[in-house]
Design a protein around this ligand. Structure first.
Ligand code: TUI
Length: 315
């Protein structure tokens, strides 16, 4: 049994968070993860506040365990969603793609644990000062919006920079990654890509099959020119985006317009050519569909065996 201070902090059995994947992480997936002993997280993405409220209510019918909501701070609805999560008093709020400081007082006064995703030590220190309960240090191996640093470089530096607990994310999908995260100074992990192929995940079957088929080098980062780099699987859409990005004849507005709606095309419609299939580099390691419970328990068992065997390296 792996014991971690993260379990007490958020009231969960296993120190495993499910990433807040826009268009994908709904009440069903979040409740399944929470029921299996991790922390399920509903992704607000670019959805309106009332969608988020509905999903919170739905999750409460499916689980009596704590769960969280992820707020994508670039969303036009983030202000209203910040209010909804406060009113609904969700256990945990995670944030992505921006600085959540302006909402921290509101959430802390509603006894919500705020756990921002951070791509650097500077932002980690900033959110710690603003009242974060912990941080998720996410390396650029992850899918979706990515920072500059790898998990290997980011996690130990963030762990040294702040006093609050650190959760590692990016490139973690099994017990090896979990054990490594603990060695880097983290007290738990967040998984996105691995939960994409969970039986309880509603994402289109084409998306799951693409993740299962993907090899180590099958992701690409696009959108650097627009200031929001996104990692996704290589396909016709991402290759075209990549080439347009280096074409000076194309304006940023045209590039934004080309990308608009592509994540929905992937997640909901399973449009293999035109969709943006956000995925982490660890997709190559993922080769089968499993239930959320199987994923979590298999990972924890493997991590335990690795950690128990680790003394072999020390004389
Ligand atoms: O946010 C994510 N991953 C995401 S968000 C997303 S939705 C999206 N769709 C289209 C274009 C862009 C995004 C898909 N995947 N991960 C957490 C994360 N947060 N990664 C990086 C950051 C981050 C970046 C800057 C956190 C804070 C930050 O602060 C900058 C500042 O100074 O405000």
């Amino acid at each position: 049994m792996i014991k971690s201070p993260l379990s007490e902090l958020v009231g969960i059995r296993y120190p495993v968070f499910q990433g807040g994947m826009a268009w994908i992480a709904d009440a069903k997936l979040a409740a399944a993860v929470s029921n299996a002993g991790g922390l399920g997280i509903i992704a607000a993405g670019n959805a309106p506040a009332e969608y988020v409220r509905e999903q919170i209510k739905k999750a409460r019918l499916l689980t009596d365990k704590p769960f969280g909501v992820n707020i994508m701070l670039m969303s036009p609805f983030s202000e209203q969603i910040a209010q909804v999560v406060a009113e609904e008093r969700v256990s945990v709020v995670t944030t992505g793609a921006g600085n959540p400081s302006k909402y921290m007082n509101l959430w802390n006064t509603h006894s919500i644990k705020v756990i921002p995703v951070v791509p650097s030590t500077g932002i980690a220190k900033l959110v710690e000062r603003a009242g974060a309960a912990a941080v998720i240090a996410e390396g650029c191996e992850s899918g979706g919006h990515v920072g500059e640093l790898t998990t290997m470089a980011l996690v130990p530096q963030v762990a040294d920079a702040v006093k609050i607990p650190v959760i590692a994310a990016g490139g973690i999908a099994n017990g090896r990654g979990f054990a490594a995260a603990l060695m880097l100074g983290a007290v738990g992990v967040q998984l996105g890509t691995r939960f994409l192929v969970a039986r309880e995940c509603n994402v289109h079957q084409v998306y799951k099959d693409m993740v299962i088929k993907a090899k180590d080098i099958d992701t690409i980062v696009t959108g650097k020119r627009l200031g929001h780099p996104v990692r996704s699987l290589k396909n016709a859409f991402s290759r075209e985006f990549f080439s347009k990005e280096y074409n000076t004849g194309i304006t940023n507005e045209e590039l934004e317009a080309f990308g608009a709606g592509a994540l929905k095309l992937a997640a909901v419609d399973g449009d293999e050519k035109n969709g943006c299939f956000m995925s982490g580099q660890i997709a190559g390691l993922i080769n089968k569909q499993q239930t959320v419970k199987e994923i979590i328990e298999e990972m924890l068992l493997q991590a335990e065996s690795i950690l128990n065997g680790a003394v072999k390296w020390v004389n």
